[in-house]
Design a protein around this ligand. Structure first.
Ligand code: PLP
Length: 467
């Protein structure tokens, strides 16, 4: 492709993106595609000779957009958001054009140094004390895996990587059942084993881990000759936004000399608003914290921040320095690939730099406060309806509800979610609370307005009564 063609099609793609965003409100949020519909339209074998961009782009427009679920739709209320503010899209277009591999300082000094700065901007924005440094990971799952490996290595006196786990007594990690499944997978991949992920019972409206039961479980494990390694706590669990009492957990962790990782993948963004920080009171006790600006804050996926107390421990666990990766002649630099599982690294700091500068923290706070207020108002409206029950009260902008559904309420509420999503005006997903189906609602889309919350109320009540 020559420069003229590159310019032409880059502009065309950028224009397409703007038009796409402008027409989102008119599209059904969830794809209406049936399994196999898209695959049937794609050639079964790769082309032997090149094709014209006109044909490729036309096929893209014909086949792909209608087969997408529109995560940037203002009425996407399912899962958690994956906000890509336009300004972060622009930054990522530049990153894609530069296409650098940012694994070492010398493979892209600007990417490394900007990363250090914006991670520290976010540390300040979230009200975390000095002493936390950090990096940008691709996902919360990767950050949690890194933290789990560090806690394992600390507990095994840095011998797990060399000797393997078979040479040691069982390593134990503690979490409630409200944590995301990325914690289970980190435990599997770290070789600790699901049976050594000890579930601590929760209590209270926030379904937080009971610190006394945590302490008792650690003591029982010590008495049994196991090796307690660390605790993985959550602020804003995926199902209903559960929050562990971080401060009290921190005291238990300190007493036993364990490692504390906090998963705030979704809720972390809200901590730019000081009034929400009570949800993770005591967070300064953490050794590692993950939050995803690619969820609520508006940084195009993927962008996950891991704050860490001791980068030295993470480097000791993960760094390998063959000669071909050494950076001779530069002291005091950071090679972020030594802090993470993957070697290759995308230039993710640019979109954060653009995002934070364009919107400012005040702009982003206003967005988050609006989402919380609209979600709380919607929960109140539904609670006032005779045939709806609020199952879990709003935690920030997430709550869950149930429609009364006769003998089989679970089947009725699943049918309701399906009918709502087939309708297409809004998109919701379900969860299970105390063994029963509940429907989740989260407000978090960058372009959402109060009217979108009103639409959600109308769609939910209208379809529930029609079922
Ligand atoms: N932790 C929580 C609380 C989540 O809700 C999610 C995903 O929704 C994750 C972790 C995993 O995030 P990622 O997709 O960045 O790995």
């Amino acid at each position: 492709m020559d420069s003229d063609e590159f310019r032409h099609w880059s502009r065309k793609a950028a224009d397409w993106g703007v038009d796409y965003r402008q027409t989102l409100r008119d599209r059904p949020v969830r794809a209406r595609t049936r399994p196999g519909d898209i695959a049937r339209q794609i050639a079964a074998a790769p082309p032997e000779t090149g094709e014209a961009m006109e044909a490729i782009f036309a096929d893209f427009e014909r086949i792909i957009p209608d087969g997408m679920t529109h995560w940037q739709h203002p009425r996407f209320f399912a899962y958690f958001p994956a906000n890509a503010a336009p300004v972060s899209v622009i930054a990522d277009q530049i990153v894609t054009a530069i296409a650098a591999q940012c694994m070492l300082w010398q493979t892209s000094p600007a990417a490394t140094e900007l990363e250090t700065r914006v991670v520290d901007w976010l540390r300040q924005a979230l009200g975390l004390p000095e002493g936390f440094s950090g990096l940008i990971q691709d996902s919360a799952s990767t950050a949690t895996l890194a933290a789990t490996l560090v806690m394992r290595e600390r507990a095994l006196a840095w011998k797990g990587n060399s000797e393997g786990l078979a040479a040691h007594r069982p390593v134990r990690v503690y979490a409630s059942s409200e944590v995301h499944t990325s914690i289970d997978r980190a435990i599997w991949i770290a070789g600790i084993g699901q049976d050594n992920l000890v579930r601590i019972p929760t209590s209270g409206p926030l379904r937080g881990m009971d610190p006394d039961k945590l302490d008792a479980a650690i003591r029982a494990d010590l008495a049994a000759g196991h090796i307690p390694a660390g605790v993985i706590a959550c602020t804003g669990g995926t199902s209903i936004g559960a929050c562990d009492p971080i401060g009290r957990i921190g005291e238990v962790v300190r007493e036993h000399g364990l490692y504390l990782h906090v998963d705030a993948a979704w809720a972390g963004s809200a901590m730019i608003c000081p009034e929400f920080r009570a949800l993770w009171d005591g967070i300064e006790a953490a050794d590692s914290i993950v939050f995803n600006p690619h969820k609520w804050l508006g940084a195009q996926f993927d962008c996950s921040i891991q704050f860490i107390r001791s980068p030295e421990d993470q480097v000791r666990t993960l760094a390998i320095q063959p000669e071909y990766l050494k950076t001779h002649g530069h002291d005091g630099i950071i090679n972020y690939s030594e802090w993470s599982v993957p070697l290759g690294r995308r230039f993710r700091a640019l979109k954060l730099w653009f995002l934070l500068r364009y919107h400012g923290l005040e702009g982003l706070r206003t967005m988050i406060r609006n989402h919380v207020a609209w979600s709380v108002a919607l929960a109140e409206r539904l609670a006032a309806e005779p045939d709806f029950t609020i199952v879990s009260q709003p935690v920030l902008s997430l709550f869950s509800f149930r429609h009364q559904g006769g003998a089989d309420a679970d089947a009725h509420n699943i049918a309701l979610v399906n009918a709502i999503n087939d309708d297409g005006r809004i998109y919701l997903t379900q969860t299970r609370v105390d063994g029963r189906i509940a429907i989740r609602f989260q407000a978090g889309q960058f372009d959402m307005t109060r009217e979108d919350a009103d639409t959600a109320f109308s769609v939910i009540t209208e379809i529930a009564r029609r079922l």
